[in-house]
Design a protein. Structure first.
Length: 126
């Protein structure tokens, strides 16, 4: 589900006409260094592709990650939460105009919070 703001951004930009380049991928696996089993299986998979760039069992500096998000076509996060702690919050990603496609695999990446007066919100809406 796209937020209205994100949909408007896509329509105004060239992103909607671009396709993702699978060889130009950035990944972050287990950034909180507490998912040893996931790091071993998922991290090993991502590390096995020489063209892919990423981090396993380490929290990358957010400024470095933002820079790489502007260079890469696809961003994959696998860990706790939505991955927002790695980039300094999803608001920062929106302000920097990051264009990589994101795939979030985390315990809260798909969770929507219902605050009663507005539509449910979460990382998936950003």
């Amino acid at each position: 589900m796209l937020s209205v703001r994100h949909a408007e951004f896509l329509l105004r930009s060239e992103i909607s006409s671009r396709s993702a380049d699978i060889s130009n991928l950035l990944y972050v696996v287990d950034s909180q260094v507490n998912l040893a089993s996931s790091a071993k299986t998922v991290g090993t998979f991502f590390n096995s592709v020489p063209a892919w760039d990423g981090y396993t069992s380490v929290s990358p500096p957010s400024s470095e990650l933002i820079t790489k998000l502007n260079e890469k076509s696809i961003y994959v996060f696998a860990g706790h939460g939505s991955g927002s702690d790695c980039v300094g919050g999803w608001g920062r990603v929106l302000r920097k105009g990051v264009t990589s496609m994101m795939h979030l695999i985390g315990c809260a990446s798909g969770r929507l919070r219902d605050h009663g007066r507005t539509e449910p919100r979460g990382a998936i809406n950003k």
